[in-house]
Design a binder for this molecule. Structure first.
Ligand code: FES
Length: 120
């Protein structure tokens, strides 16, 4: 049977814990290029690839809890990745957890479970 799983990776970059509200930064983790965004609502992880034309959010900014792409100023909800502009698709997001030993980001994957064992 196919099952959805989550692989969690700890963030060992000290810039993330020091990120201020309305700040964002690029982070490469497990081969994924992410954009971490801190708002009043918390810390969020998005793919660092604007769905409009595939460019990085580097040089963008946060305003009113939204991440704004610097290229054409489309805005996205960092929590859901939802495009607030209406003329592009959403940004992929990853769950973020604050645990006792640090910040973790989740990467979903699908595996096949056979007799109670996940095959990969
Ligand atoms: S590339 Fe981001 S809004 Fe166009």
């Amino acid at each position: 049977m196919w099952v959805d799983r989550m692989r969690w990776s700890r963030v060992d970059d000290p810039r993330v814990a020091a990120l201020p509200v309305d700040g964002h930064l690029r982070l490469v983790l497990n081969g994924h290029v992410l954009r971490l965004v801190r708002t009043q609502a918390g810390l969020f992880a998005l793919e660092d690839r604007c769905p409009h034309q595939g460019r990085s959010f580097e040089g963008g900014w946060c305003e009113e809890g939204r991440l704004v792409c610097p290229w054409h100023r489309f805005a996205f909800d960092p929590a859901s990745g939802r495009a607030l502009h209406g003329s592009t698709v959403n940004v992929g997001t990853h769950p973020v957890e604050q645990r006792q030993d640090g910040i973790y980001i989740g990467f979903p994957y699908v595996t096949f479970r056979l007799f109670g064992l996940d095959l990969w």
